[in-house]
Design a protein around this ligand. Structure first.
Ligand code: KG4
Length: 335
């Protein structure tokens, strides 16, 4: 089954063709990061406009790359939530038009389900059940993936997402948007151990996380250094900050493995590209004799193929939608 898949929930327009949920036939992407870098973050209205400009040409490219035309496509999958509402609406409206004009089924896909499904594209042997650590710019979740379309949240951030925290920390360190990758590179230049940063603990919810205190602490440290003229060891701060984020995520993922009894963990989302978090996950999973799946960097960030992968399993579970399908800025992964 060949699915034409659309993703437009933030600042990447992405269209892909995926076969049977596991094989990427094409995966096109138009990033707007350079444009938003001028403003230090994503400007929602600009994101929507840029999606409108490129989505038709990108779709044609995705079909060409996959050597497919209308008759070869069996269904259309699209991110319908969560994300910047104007941005999601562009992809959704376009996908609806294609599905309607071509008479194909329309499959709604939750964006974070898509991130987790990126692992199905990279690892043919992977099947639920397993535990997923989904860490992106807008979401930070520990998820019990009971089956392809039966997912339950075990833990979540109570405030900022891990990626949002990376982007803000990077900004005060003078790094360009999106800051996760440059901060990762800076952090690798130091062993850290210089700055003491807060660790959060949520009473009676041991798998829940919090990143806002950490974010504020880094912002305050940088501002204080600026005001007093005291030099800031930027690389050490980047390293200590990354260790603190990893210290929130990795032990909780391990705790979730213990609580569920699962022996398989999958990472997902843009922050799963972080080299220090990847190393910490590898070390901890080895210690616990658990199998770890880390998607290749190309499948960590937003892409269309992951929507095609999850779309296949949603279709198999009978999850299709009519032309009244709406976009949602927020939506639980287990809704
Ligand atoms: O998954 P993604 O592309 O978009 C969302 O679904 O939100 O994630 C984007 C986030 C950004 O916050 C970006 O700074 C972060 O992932 N990111 C990283 C790294 N590469 C991207 N964060 C830490 N280390 C990285 N190497």
């Amino acid at each position: 089954m060949k699915i034409l898949a659309f993703e437009s929930s933030c600042d990447e327009t992405a269209v892909a063709v995926v076969e049977d949920g596991r094989h990427i036939l094409s995966d096109t992407i138009a990033s707007q990061a350079d444009m938003h870098a001028l403003y230090g973050g994503v400007v929602p209205e600009i994101a929507s406009r840029k999606h409108v400009e490129v989505i038709a040409a990108l779709s044609a490219q995705a079909l060409r790359d996959a050597d497919c035309e209308k008759k070869d496509i069996d269904a259309v999958a699209v991110t319908y939530a969560p994300g910047l509402i104007g941005a999601v609406l562009v992809g959704l409206s376009f996908a609806k038009s294609v599905a309607f004009a071509w008479g194909k089924p329309l499959i709604p896909v939750h964006h974070v389900r898509g991130h987790i499904a990126a692992n199905y594209l990279a690892f043919p042997e992977l099947e639920p059940p397993f535990l997923a650590l989904a860490i992106s710019g807008g979401n930070t979740l520990i998820v019990d993936v009971r089956d392809y379309t039966d997912l339950r949240i075990l833990g979540a951030t109570r405030d900022d997402a891990a990626g949002e925290c990376f982007d803000k920390a990077a900004r005060v360190l003078g790094l360009p948007y999106p800051g996760g990758k440059p901060l990762d590179e800076l952090a690798r230049q130091s062993e850290g151990g210089i700055y003491t940063l807060p660790r959060a603990h949520v009473d009676s919810a041991e798998l829940d996380m919090s990143f806002s205190g950490l974010k504020t602490a880094v912002v305050n440290l940088a501002h204080r250094a600026e005001q007093t003229g005291r030099p800031l060891d930027r690389a050490a701060l980047a390293r200590d900050f990354t260790n603190a984020v990893s210290g929130e995520l990795v032990p909780r993922a391990m705790k979730a493995l213990t609580l569920t009894g699962y022996k398989t963990l999958c990472a997902a989302g843009g922050v799963a590209a972080n080299s220090i978090i990847r190393a910490d996950l590898k070390a901890s999973c080895k210690e616990m004799s658990c199998k770890l799946y880390l998607p290749p960097l190309s499948l960590c960030g937003d892409n269309g193929a992951m929507i095609g992968a999850q779309g296949y399993y949603e279709f198999r579970s009978g999850h299709t939608a009519g032309m009244d399908l709406n976009a949602y800025a927020t939506r639980n992964i287990d809704a």
